[in-house]
Design a protein around this ligand. Structure first.
Ligand code: SAH
Length: 288
């Protein structure tokens, strides 16, 4: 049944905002919101309310355009991927300030969570400098929600008590200046964003620092979209698997990847048989 988007926008979303007592989107404000990793269902109620209330929406490449169908205001693409004329960060920040000063309700909509490798902090600081009132609306980040759609829990008590989120792309375009040996030793699970370009170097550094080449790893491309593709491999084979993977992609290295054998709930929908003991622990202690 096709929903009437106008009806959904004006009535259902208005009722939702009222029922949940969501804050009003005031004129002259900027809201920086996360749209989630891809599946439009993963946006928050506050994010939906913002889309339906905004006068203008500046959105990024990774935002699912279906969400923009619920917009009342103008939608302006401010991404960095399509074509060569990518919007400059300073221009985006200036645009947010000038539109807010004109009294518009300005929504800056980003993929995933705005404060996770998304420059949301930089844009919010520009607003703070210009004395523009703003609100941050968190979102489901790809490194957590994307893995969940691949059936890989980002933490699990039998595999990892910690997780480290890493960007594979430094501010200058090269490898970020991290103590890779410390990263390798410090966390049983590593989740990498923007790592397609430098994965060969990263995997080599991790192995050099003592991580096993046969440690489980996975690449989740187009996570949470219908076209999501998951490659399960090992740390040693990660560079090769990366060459066959499309962007955007999330990388995960760690024993928690093994849990996918039991938790690939999307695979199960098309007949995959799940292994209820994916770690081969045969633990009965909790079974009582
Ligand atoms: N703020 C975003 C991350 C922006 S950086 C968030 O919280 O998710 C962009 C990187 O995020 C991509 O290079 C990729 O590593 C990851 N990413 C974002 N969406 C993704 C998706 N649907 N599937 C896989 N990776 C994704």
């Amino acid at each position: 049944m096709a929903a009437d988007p106008t009806l959904l926008n004006s009535q259902a979303l208005g009722r939702l905002a009222e029922a949940l007592e969501l804050p009003a989107f005031e004129r002259g404000w900027v809201w920086l919101a996360g749209a989630g990793p891809g599946d439009p269902g993963l946006i928050t109620a506050l994010g939906l309310h913002a889309i339906a209330s905004a006068d203008v929406i500046l959105y990024d490449a990774l935002v699912n355009e279906k969400l923009l169908g619920l917009a009342r205001g103008e939608c302006i693409y401010a991404g960095k991927r399509k074509g060569q004329a990518s919007a400059k960060q300073s221009d985006i920040s200036r645009g947010l300030v000038s539109m807010a000063r004109k009294g518009a309700r300005v929504l800056r909509l980003k993929g995933g969570d705005p404060f996770v490798f998304g420059r949301g902090g930089e844009e919010a600081l520009a607003l703070a400098r210009a004395r523009i009132p703003f609100r941050i609306v968190p979102g489901v980040t790809a490194g957590i929600g994307g893995l969940a759609y691949a059936g890989i829990p980002v933490t699990h008590r039998d595999t990892n008590h910690a997780v480290t989120f890493i960007t594979g792309h430094g501010a200058g375009g090269g490898l970020p200046a991290l103590d890779w040996a410390a990263v390798a030793k410090g966390s049983p699970t590593l989740v990498l964003y923007m790592a397609l370009a430098h994965i060969e170097e990263i995997a080599a550094k991790l192995i050099e620092a003592g991580r096993a080449a046969d440690e489980p790893a996975a690449i989740v491309s187009d996570a949470t979209f219908a076209k999501q593709h998951v490659r399960v491999t090992t740390l040693g084979e990660l560079p090769r698997a990366a060459r066959e993977s499309g962007a955007p992609a999330i990388f995960v290295i760690g024993e928690n990847v093994r849990l996918r054998e039991g938790l690939d709930w999307i695979g199960a929908m098309s007949g995959r048989l799940l292994d209820p003991d994916p770690l081969k622990r045969e633990r009965f202690s909790d079974a009582s």
